[in-house]
Design a protein around this ligand. Structure first.
Ligand code: NAD
Ligand code: DAU
Length: 357
């Protein structure tokens, strides 16, 4: 039987992780058509995809996932038969200041995509796939006791961001259980690498070191995160999209836990070294500040299910990953300056500043 052409809708493809996923799919699968749907909020940046924007199997669509009528039309017009859903409000600190936007985008936006897929596919689910990208933050917080989040860990979100992601995960599973929609959910740990918006710890701190600005460490810097290089996450998404079991959940992580303060010291050391400055030059920039409200103590992902069932493992050692990442930000200061100078700043970001800062 001739397989129908894969027309894949990737949402949030102009963001950090989404741009790596779009790039991987466009380059690896010239026989597919990749539709990158993104609203271009403050976090969406088409500069991230300059190298593939002219490829014949790639189309960018500027749209809001919450606009159900428009989304349904896109499903029908382009005969979408696969979805990889990454579009979201992703920054915990913003969610504390503006929870409504998080509920709107992350919950209602996901619902709008699910409903469009259900209506468009109309029970003909053969070969179809709705893959929802989620976070380990839905599981809550661990103690320093060597335990891990597994796929069986109960949801216990604490921030408005993680509550909105948890809610969207539940809607995705409900659409499978109620309507049979062929869904998959993955929950991943902290990503790092090129093209990450400089509000997140690693790019923010690299940029502040370059500018000689303080490095705001929340609380005592003792919180622990599990870091994964973004291209390894994109590889996992590719594998799971093609070979993951419908209705299943997979955890994705790096088995790479770092206490924030230790990670920050590695970043400082790496930046100073690559700039040819003596070790310790930028240590004085470390500034302890008021803790994030509801700050989860520790995240650690057990991704053995993914390893055992589909053979995925992180390919990059952290030392190599962080070196590559720091080098990328040093080599691409134009990219970061375009964001931090405000030259790039969108309307959304402007009103965010006035309303919530
Ligand atoms: P990001 O903030 O860098 O990018 C989000 C993208 O979504 C942006 O391009 C933005 O314009 C777009 N977007 C936002 N609202 C939209 C809307 N209403 N309609 C259409 N597009 C919209 O986020 P990221 O860090 O790349 O995260 C991507 C996904 O992965 C999110 O779902 C996030 O929850 C999840 N995730 C992120 C991490 C991480 O460490 N960054 C880890 C695990 C899971
Ligand atoms: O765990 C996955 C999650 O990782 C994703 O779902 C989120 O989308 C992503 O933003 C990320 O969330 P975190 O809150 O862990 O990432 P962030 O980079 O904001 O912070 C990492 C840690 O560093 C966290 O413990 C808070 C701390 N931090 C962060 C910033 C921005 C600081 O100490 N100072 C800072 O200025």
């Amino acid at each position: 039987m001739v397989q129908p052409k894969r027309n894949i809708l990737i949402t949030g493809g102009a963001g950090f992780i989404g741009s790596h996923v779009v790039r991987l799919f466009v380059n690896k699968y010239p026989e597919y058509h990749i539709y990158n749907l993104d609203k271009l909020t403050y976090a969406g940046n088409l500069e991230n995809l300059k190298d593939i924007e002219d490829k014949p199997n790639y189309t960018f669509i500027k749209e809001d996932i919450c606009n159900y009528e428009a989304i349904l039309e896109i499903f029908q017009k382009y005969n979408i038969n696969g979805v990889i859903h990454l579009a979201a409000e992703s920054h915990v600190d913003r969610s504390i200041k503006d929870p409504f936007t998080f509920a709107q985008t992350n919950v209602m936006g996901t619902l709008s995509l699910l409903q469009a897929a259900k209506v468009c596919w109309d029970g003909k689910y053969e070969g179809k796939r709705f893959y929802h990208i989620s976070t380990d933050e839905v599981y809550g917080s661990l103690e320093f006791d060597g335990t891990f989040f597994t796929e069986e860990t109960k949801y216990d979100p604490h921030s408005p961001y993680s509550a909105s992601k948890a809610s969207s995960d539940h809607f995705v599973r409900a659409y499978h259980d109620t309507y049979g929609l062929p869904t998959i959910v993955t929950n991943c740990s902290n990503n790092y690498g090129p093209y990450q918006f400089p509000e997140k710890l690693i790019p923010l701190f690299i940029n502040n070191i370059l500018e000689g600005k303080p490095l705001p460490v929340y609380g005592k810097g003792e919180n622990v995160r599990d870091w994964l290089y973004v291209e390894d996450h994109a590889r996992a998404i590719d594998l799971i999209f093609h070979e993951g079991k419908i209705a299943d959940t997979y955890n994705i992580g790096g088995f790479n836990e770092w206490k924030n303060i230790d990670l920050i010291k590695v970043i400082i050391k790496t930046v100073d070294r690559l700039l040819g400055k003596p070790e310790g030059t930028s240590d004085h920039l470390i500034t302890y500040v008021t803790d994030r409200a509801g700050h989860d103590l520790r995240y650690a992902i057990d991704s053995n299910k993914l390893k055992n069932e589909l053979g995925w493992e992180p390919s990059l050692q952290f030392e190599e990953g962080i070196e590559k990442t720091v080098r990328w930000y040093l080599d691409n200061q134009k990219w970061i300056k375009n964001i931090t100078s405000g030259g790039y700043e969108s309307y959304y970001n402007t009103i965010y500043k006035y309303l919530f800062k």
